[in-house]
Write a protein that binds this ligand. Sequence first.
Ligand SMILES: Cc1ncc(COP(=O)(O)O)c(C=O)c1O
Length: 372
Amino acid sequence: MRIETVAVHAGAEVDPATGAVTPAIHPSTTFEREPDGSFPRGHIYSRSSAPNRAALEACLSALEGGADAIAFASASAATSAIFQSLGPGARVVAPTDAYYGTGKLLRDVFAGWGLETTFADMTDLAAVERAVRPTTKLVWAESPSNPLWKVSDLAKLGAIARAAGATFVCDNTTATPVLQSPFKLGADLIVHATTKYLGGHSDVLGGGIVVRERGPLLDRLRTLQTAGGAVPSPFDCWLVLRGIRTLPYRVRAQSEHALRVATFLASHPRVERVHYPGLPSHPGHDIARRQMALFGGMLSVQVKGGADAAIAVAAKVRVFTRATSFGGTESLVEHRASIEGPGTTTPDNLLRVSIGLEHPDDLIEDLGQALG
Ligand SMILES: Cc1ncc(COP(=O)(O)O)c(C=O)c1O
């Protein structure tokens, strides 16, 4: 079935007790046993499994065409579980420009318990090949990458990982399953910040891992989820699932509007550079055309005149909101280097822009007046 149909129906069933079409929220932490002690309805205790989480996991798995999915309280918790699944002494190859929090986890948390990370420019395949060693257990990709929206060739990275016997993980948060199918390009695991487009309304934090096939890695990740306990609440799962029902239509509109905004910004005299994979001038445009259906709702713009000029533009917006995060219905702008803090490699005149669902002409007019 097509993704629009999957997004509406996966993980949904009419409630046999009431006929309710919309799922109930089940806050119960504990579930009844049969007289013989068995659990034929599948749930025992809500850290191990729960109805709303099971529905969300079924939907995440169906959206990506995976074998199963594991939901977490945030994408950072999901990311941590993947790193925890590796033994100490394992090596990871990760993008120099991965989401800031992913790099921070590797540097500030997992380095301390023996995970060695080589950061590489994933758009430079020779550099990735040099970074991979015999002890490399995991290759991490994020495409388009946050906040420069660099595009890496997932099929080629998957081949490098496979040749090294390493697990290939793709953070598909920005592209979403609507625009990009990492399993078809060789990924073993897909990570999502459901906080972003899947939830889609800036009102729930969540994460998920989708696995391509069942096996020991799925079992290990499931143990890390249920024993570690970083699980999403029933209401969080319900909200993410509710958001997913409209995902394909939102992401397509956001992608079309982002292309219009990026095209406007690219010709503005106060703009130094626009980072958007949909622009033919973007270095990853050809790969993006091959591996993505559209180019996504995220872009970044470097304003002429440095950090102060960029911050002044953000100060003048009226339709956009100055805030971090992305993927909601409202358009957001943020001075990214300030959010990332000391040690950031993000250019100091860069504004990261999340395109919402407002009319694109209103967004263009707003940025036009803010740029002056
Ligand atoms: C690409 C990407 N992956 C992961 C995350 C982490 O998500 P969460 O805040 O749910 O932990 C983010 C957050 O911005 C992100 O942009």
